[in-house]
Design a protein around this ligand. Structure first.
Ligand code: PLP
Length: 855
C-alpha cells in the first residue's frame, strides 16, 4: 500500500471565540463537565462523532457555524467566563498551597504510560490510567508536579474481533498535530531536544511534546524526528510493542532522557527543578542513574551520589506477578552502559544495582524492580494487601529481616472522581445538594429520594445498552462489510435487566472466562424467566499473548449462541471512552482474579463512584474496603489444585448471583424501586466515594512520601552535599564493621515465678559492636504474641539504652551492655527477641542498609 502522508490543519477561530482555543488547549476539559457542555453546544452531532474531542470538533465544524457562534453574545460570554474560570483554576492557591511546613517545590512523576483522555491514547490499562488520574488530582490539589513519559506514535493498539472471535490488532499512527500537544521550543522557536549516546557511537535524539493537564505539565519524549536514522525513529513506535533491546531503549529514553528533558524544561521555563523523583513502576528506573551521573559531575563519588539520589526517589511497584517486571540480559546492560551514556558511572556499579543477588535470584539478569528498590529510599505497593505481598516478594533483598520490616509501604490507589463520575450523577448531586463534588455529599440524606437516584441509575444503564448496541453493530459491520446490519445487533441487552460488567486486560490471572466454568448454569442465569442477568465484557489481550486471545475467543464464541447473544456481549476495543459509559451503566461490577495477584484494581472503584455494587474476590482494594454492605465477596478457595480452585470460586460466584444478587435486585415495591438495593447504593456512594478518590491517594503520596523524601534529599544536599558524603562514609564504615556485630547474650529478670500481667521484664543485652559506637546502632527488644513456629504477632518494639557512656568506643572484644524494661500488658503467650540494626537519623527505615544481627 502506498503511504499517504497525512497531517492535521488546525482550525483558525474567529477572534471572538479565542476562549475556545485556550479551553481546548488544556486537557482540563476532559474532566470539567461545564467546559464539555460548552463544546457540545457548538454541534452536538459532531461532538459525538469525534468522540468528544474539542480539537477534532473545531476542525470539523463549518465556518458558518463558527461565525454564527461568534455573533452570539450569549455564547461568547459563556466561553469567556469559562476561560476566566480556567485561568483562576490554574493560578489560585489550592490545597497544597495551604499545606503547612516544608514541602517540595517540585515533584517529577515518571511513567511509561499516561491515560488522560480517550483522545490521547498513550496507555494500555490500569497503570496508565492511574498515572493520568494522579496528574489530574495533583492539578486539582495544586501540587507542583511535572510528569514525564514517552510519545508513542501508535499508542498501544486498536482491537477488533474477527468473525471467529480472534483478536485483531491494528496500529493507526497518531498525528501529534491533531492532539492537544505542543513541541517544547526555545525562545528562538527552535525545538528543544535531548540526546543519548548509543553503543554504536551514534546519538539518539528526541524532541519533547508538552501537554497541559490542568496545572500539571506532561512532557512526552519522541524519537520520530529527522535527526534520527530510521531504526532510531522507531524507538517510540508503540507502547509495550517490542521486547529485549527495543524495550531497553525505550526505558533508557524514559529514565535518562526523561531527567534530561525535565531539567531542560525547568531551565527553559525558569521553573523550580524537581526535588523528588517518583517512578510509577520500574520502567523509568534509570532516572536514578542519570541523576547519579549528574552528581558525579559535581564531584561526588558514586556511593555518595547514590545516597543523595536515593533520599529523593520514590518507587511505586504495581505488580505481584513476576512476569510483570522488566528483566534484561546483564550482557545487554553492559553493552549500553559501558559507553559515554552516563559519564563517570561505571558499568559494574550499574549491574550491581539490578542484580538478583539473593536466594532464588537468577544470575546475569538485570531486574528493573530490584534496581528501583535499591535506588529509592521510599517504596510502596498500591493496596494494603499488595504492600504485604510485595514485602514478602522482595524480602530476599533484606536478608535476616522479618518480611514485616521490609521497607515497602503502601498507598492504596484511587480514581479521579470528576473523570469517573457520570455526568447524570454529577447533575443529580448538583440539583439535590448544590455541589457537583460527589465525594463530599451525604448520599444517605433524605433530601435525595430513592426515586430520583433510581431514575439516574436506570438512565445510566440505558445509556450503556445504547452504546453496546452501537458498538455491536459497528463490530458486526467490520466483520460483514456488505449487506444490511443484522437486526439482532440492535436488540442486544435490555435496559431493565440486572447488568453485570467485567472489563480488564486479559492476563491469565484475571480469569476472563471463569464465568464460563459451568456454561449451563451461566445460561440459566442469563435466561432466567423472572430474574435474568446480562453481562457486558470487554478487554484487550497483549498482542504477544495468544493464551489471552484464546480466552477472548472462547467468550466471544459462547456469546454468539443465538440464545445468549442478547444477554452477553463482548465489546471490542476497551478504552477510556467505553469505560466512562460502561462502569456507570452496570449494576454489579465483577472481578475474579487469582488472589493475591491483583495489586489493587481500579475499575471496581470507578464503578463504585457511580453507585455500582462490587462482586469480587477479596483481592487488591476490595480486600481492604469490602464491608458487607457495599457488595459481595467471592471467597477464595484455599486449595492448591488450580482446576479445583476455579471450580469452587466459580460456584461461589454463581451462588451469590442466583441467591443474593438477583433476588435483591428484583425485589421491588409498588413504585418499582428495589429498596434494599437502594440502601446499598447509598451506602456505597457515601462511604466509598471519598475513600476511593484519587485526591485521597495523592494527598497520601504528598504527606507520607514526597514531603519526607524532599526533606531527606535536602538534608543530604545542603552545604555541598556534606550530609550525603557523611552518610556514604558512615555506610562504608558500618558495612565493614558489621561482621563483628552480634548479640553476645541476653539476660532477663524482674518477673514473678509465674509471670502475670503487670510484671516487668528487665532485659540486659550484651552486644558486640565490632568497633562501632553505641550511637551507630539501634538495639531493640522485639516482643509480642508468640506463635507455633517461633513467629511473633502483634509485634511491639522497645529501644534498649546503652549503659556505657554514650559515643565512646568500647574495648574491642568486650560487649557493650544495653538495657530496658518491657511491661507485660496482656495475658497469653509471650515471646521476645533482641536485634541490632544500624542507626542514623538520615536513614528512612531500620532496614535501609539491609544489615541486622539477632539473638
Ligand atoms: C480503570 C481502567 C483499567 C484498569 O482496571 P483494573 O480494574 O485495574 O483492571 C483498564 N482499562 C481502562 C480503560 C480503565 O478505565
Amino acid at each position: 500500500m502506498k503511504a499517504i502522508r497525512k497531517f492535521t490543519v488546525r482550525a483558525v477561530l474567529p477572534e471572538r471565540l479565542s476562549a475556545l482555543e485556550a479551553l481546548a488547549g488544556n486537557l482540563r476539559w476532559s474532566w470539567h463537565e461545564p467546559t464539555r457542555r460548552l463544546f457540545e453546544r457548538i454541534d452536538p452531532t459532531v461532538w459525538r462523532a469525534v468522540d468528544h474531542d474539542p480539537i477534532a470538533l473545531l476542525g470539523e465544524v463549518s465556518r458558518e457555524r463558527l461565525d454564527e457562534l461568534a455573533a452570539d453574545d450569549g455564547y461568547v460570554g459563556w466561553a469567556n467566563q469559562l476561560r476566566d474560570e480556567l485561568t483562576s483554576y490554574l493560578e489560585e492557591p489550592r490545597w497544597y498551597q495551604h499545606l503547612e511546613g516544608d514541602k517540595p517545590a517540585r515533584i517529577a512523576y515518571f511513567s511509561p504510560e499516561f491515560g488522560i483522555a480517550a483522545t490521547l491514547p498513550q496507555y494500555s490499562g490500569g497503570l496508565g490510567i492511574l498515572a493520568g488520574d494522579h496528574l489530574k488530582s495533583a492539578s486539582d490539589l495544586g501540587i507542583p508536579l511535572v510528569a514525564v513519559g514517552l510519545f508513542y506514535k501508535a499508542g498501544y493498539f486498536t482491537q477488533a474481533i474477527s468473525a471467529d472471535g480472534w483478536q485483531l490488532e491494528s496500529y493507526p499512527a497518531l498525528d501529534p498535530d491533531g492532539l492537544p500537544l505542543a513541541v517544547l521550543r526555545r525562545p528562538d522557536r527552535s525545538p528543544l531536544q535531548i540526546s543519548i549516546a548509543l553503543p554504536d557511537g551514534r546519538a539518539l535524539h528526541a524532541r519533547i511534546w508538552q501537554a497541559a493537564v490542568g496545572r500539571v505539565r506532561l512532557l512526552l519524549l519522541d524519537t520520530d524526528i529527522p535527526e534520527n536514522a530510521d531504526d532510531l525513529r522507531q524507538i517510540t513506535d508503540r507502547l509495550y510493542g517490542g521486547g529485549g533491546e527495543h524495550r531497553l531503549l525505550q526505558e533508557i529514553l524514559l529514565g535518562i532522557g526523561g531527567v534530561r528533558a525535565v531539567l531542560a524544561w525547568s531551565e527553559l521555563t525558569r521553573s523550580e527543578a524537581p526535588e523528588v523523583f517518583h517512578t510509577n513502576e520500574g520502567h523509568a528506573g534509570f532516572l536514578g542513574l542519570e541523576r547519579i551521573a549528574g552528581l558525579i559531575g559535581e564531584g561526588l563519588s558514586f556511593s555518595e551520589a547514590l545516597e543523595v539520589v536515593r533520599a529523593g526517589t520514590v518507587f511505586t511497584t504495581h505488580t505481584p506477578v513476576p512476569a510483570g517486571i522488566d528483566r534484561f540480559d546483564a550482557a545487554l546492560i553492559t553493552r549500553y552502559f559501558s559507553t559515554d551514556l552516563l559519564p563517570g558511572v561505571q558499568v559494574d556499579d550499574v549491574l550491581a544495582l539490578g542484580a538478583e543477588s539473593y536466594d532464588g535470584g537468577t544470575k546475569d539478569v538485570f531486574n528493573m524492580a530490584v534496581m528501583g528498590l535499591r535506588l529509592a529510599q521510599r517504596a510502596n505497593g498500591v493496596s494494603k494487601l499488595h504492600g504485604q505481598v510485595s514485602r514478602g516478594m522482595f524480602s530476599g533483598l533484606w536478608p535476616g529481616f522479618d518480611p514485616n520490616d521490609v521497607p515497602i509501604g503502601s498507598v492504596t490507589n484511587g480514581v479521579h472522581a470528576p473523570t469517573w463520575t457520570n455526568p447524570r450523577l454529577l447533575e443529580l448531586a448538583e440539583k439535590t445538594f448544590g455541589t457537583s463534588d460527589t465525594t463530599r455529599v451525604d448520599w444517605s440524606s433524605e433530601a435525595l429520594s430513592d426515586l430520583d437516584l433510581w431514575s439516574v441509575r436506570n438512565a445510566m444503564r440505558a445509556d450503556l445498552v445504547e452504546d453496546a448496541r452501537r458498538r455491536t453493530a459497528k463490530s458486526w459491520r467490520s466483520q460483514n462489510p456488505t449487506g444490511p446490519v443484522a437486526a439482532w445487533t440492535n436488540e442486544v441487552l435490555d435496559p431493565d435487566v440486572l447488568t453485570i460488567g467485567f472489563a480488564r486486560r486479559v492476563p491469565t490471572y484475571k480469569r476472563l472466562t471463569l464465568m464460563l466454568h459451568d456454561r449451563d448454569r451461566l445460561r440459566a442465569l442469563l435466561t432466567h424467566p423472572e430474574r435474568p442477568i446480562q453481562i457486558v465484557v470487554a478487554g484487550k489481550s497483549h498482542p504477544a499473548d495468544d493464551e489471552g486471545k484464546r480466552l477472548i475467543q472462547e467468550l466471544v464464541r459462547f456469546a454468539a449462541e443465538p440464545e445468549i447473544r442478547g444477554r452477553l456481549v463482548f465489546l471490542p476495543d476497551y478504552d477510556i471512552a467505553m469505560a466512562q459509559t460502561l462502569y456507570p451503566g452496570t449494576d454489579v461490577w465483577l472481578n475474579n482474579p487469582l488472589r493475591p495477584l491483583e495489586a489493587c484494581g481500579t475499575s471496581g472503584m470507578k464503578a463504585a463512584l457511580n453507585g455500582v455494587l462490587n462482586l469480587s474476590i477479596l483481592d487488591g482494594w476490595w480486600d481492604e474496603f469490602y464491608d458487607g454492605e457495599n457488595g459481595w465477596a467471592i471467597p477464595s478457595a484455599e486449595v492448591t489444585d488450580p482446576a479445583e480452585r476455579d471450580r469452587r470460586e466459580a460456584e461461589a460466584m454463581y451462588d451469590l448471583i442466583e441467591h443474593e444478587i438477583a433476588p435483591r435486585f428484583y425485589d421491588r415495591d409498588h413504585d418499582g424501586i428495589p429498596r434494599t438495593w437502594m440502601q446499598s447504593i447509598r451506602h456505597t456512594l457515601r462511604t466509598l466515594s471519598p475513600a476511593l478518590s484519587a485526591d485521597r491517594m495523592v494527598g497520601e503520596y504528598v504527606q507520607a512520601l514526597y514531603v519526607p523524601a524532599a526533606a531527606a534529599e535536602k538534608a543530604l544536599s545542603a552545604d555541598h552535599f556534606a550530609g550525603g558524603r557523611a552518610l556514604s562514609a558512615w555506610r562504608a564504615k558500618v558495612d565493614a564493621a558489621w561482621p563483628g556485630v552480634s548479640v553476645a547474650h541476653v539476660e532477663s529478670g524482674g518477673m514473678t515465678s509465674v509471670p502475670q500481667v503487670g510484671d516487668e521484664l528487665h532485659l540486659r543485652a550484651h552486644i558486640h559492636l565490632g568497633g562501632l559506637s553505641a550511637d551507630d546502632v539501634l538495639v531493640e527488644a522485639v516482643y509480642g504474641r508468640s506463635g507455633e513456629n517461633d513467629e511473633l504477632t502483634d509485634v511491639h518494639r522497645l529501644a534498649l539504652e546503652p549503659v556505657a557512656a554514650q559515643g565512646t568506643t568500647p574495648d574491642a572484644g568486650k560487649p557493650t551492655l544495653f538495657t530496658g524494661t518491657v511491661k507485660l500488658g496482656r495475658a497469653g503467650s509471650f515471646g521476645y527477641t533482641v536485634r541490632v540494626v544500624p542507626h542514623n537519623a538520615l536513614m528512612a527505615a531500620p532496614a535501609d542498609l539491609g544489615l541486622i544481627a539477632t539473638a
